[in-house]
Design a protein around this ligand. Structure first.
Ligand SMILES: NC(=O)C1=CN([C@@H]2O[C@H](COP(=O)(O)OP(=O)(O)OC[C@H]3O[C@@H](n4cnc5c(N)ncnc54)[C@H](OP(=O)(O)O)[C@@H]3O)[C@@H](O)[C@H]2O)C=CC1
Ligand SMILES: O=C(O)C1=N[C@H](C(=O)O)C[C@H](O)C1
Length: 263
């Protein structure tokens, strides 16, 4: 782990995750906040901490500020632009924002390798969620039939969640594509069987009161196995954000998922 001071630009500082990340940076001695990137002017939001400048233009921010790491906790559309711009300015992105497709990640992996510059794309920073994904991958070696049910707060923009897609992706690494359910099943209500990754249905629930929750349900002859994780507070994500920032600084390629760097 590097302990030299790491200069950080934080995008999305007024958001739910951005607010928690501000506290993390303030409480970490070797993290130095050098700029915020927001969507709106200070005059519109009233957001300012009096210490560093709030930019609303990513190009201007990256041109004027010397930084090592760019943490993005915004929206899928904004993150995709920010990530490319950060790489163009040789600033290492840590992307917590979800909504990237596998094809986009592969293209970005190439760009990161061409520049020998680390990128971290982390669909879920919570250690428990990473373990849920790893345990699900283990279980998938023994159970072919699996469905994923993710539940989130109703302010979430993307569905399914990045975690659900990453879970399906990790299960697909050990499970052959399989059409599940009755071969002749039909939906009498469109979407009733959820989304589908390699035959695995994914169901997305959005309700006020929720934070971030997922169940991976396996079925076999005479038994089911459910692996479940709940984030009930956004503090659950912060140790993972810290680890990602400390890792990306020495990385030379794109790292997709915290499980790649956890012991
Ligand atoms: N990897 C992980 O472990 C986790 C990832 N996430 C992901 O992080 C992202 C943010 O989540 P959350 O904090 O809940 O969302 P919020 O909506 O609470 O916060 C997003 C913030 O980004 C701001 N924003 C929007 N566009 C831009 C832009 N172009 N530049 C700068 N800021 C911008 C929004 O401004 P405004 O308020 O004006 O709209 C808002 O303040 C989501 O993609 C979510 O899926 C969430 C939790 C954990
Ligand atoms: O939007 C959220 O809140 C979350 N998003 C991430 C995802 O899409 O998986 C991580 C976590 O589930 C919270």
């Amino acid at each position: 782990m590097s302990t030299r001071e790491i200069r950080i630009i934080l995008a999305g500082p007024r958001g739910k995750m951005g607010s928690a990340a501000r506290q993390l940076i303030a409480n970490t001695a070797h993290f130095q906040l050098v700029a915020y990137l927001d969507r709106k002017q200070e005059s519109e939001t009233g957001f300012s901490d009096g210490q560093v400048q709030v930019y609303t233009d990513v190009e201007q921010c990256l041109s004027e500020v010397e930084a090592d790491v760019f943490i993005d906790l915004t929206t899928p559309d904004a993150a995709k632009i920010n990530l490319e711009k950060a790489l163009d300015h040789h600033v290492r992105p840590v992307i917590g924002t979800t909504g990237f497709s596998e094809a986009e990640i592969e293209r970005l992996r190439q760009k990161s390798e061409d520049k020998s510059l680390g990128v971290m794309i982390v669909p879920n920073f919570a250690i428990g969620a990473v373990l849920m994904m790893k345990f699900s991958q283990m279980a998938a070696r023994y159970f072919d039939d699996v469905e994923i049910i993710e539940r989130h707060h109703d302010r979430k923009l993307d569905a399914p969640s990045g975690t659900a897609l990453k879970t399906a992706n990790m299960i697909s690494e050990v499970r052959s594509e399989k059409a599940q359910g009755h071969p002749e099943e039909t939906e009498t209500l469109e979407g009733a069987r959820g989304g589908n990754v390699d035959g695995m249905p994914i169901h997305s629930v959005r309700l006020p009161g929720l934070v971030a929750h997922q169940e991976v349900v396996f079925g076999g002859s005479g038994q089911t196995l459910t692996i479940r994780h709940d984030s009930i507070d956004r503090g659950s994500f912060m140790p993972g954000v810290k680890l990602a920032v400390e890792t990306v600084i020495n990385a030379k390629t794109l790292i997709y998922g915290l499980e790649q760097i956890m012991e």
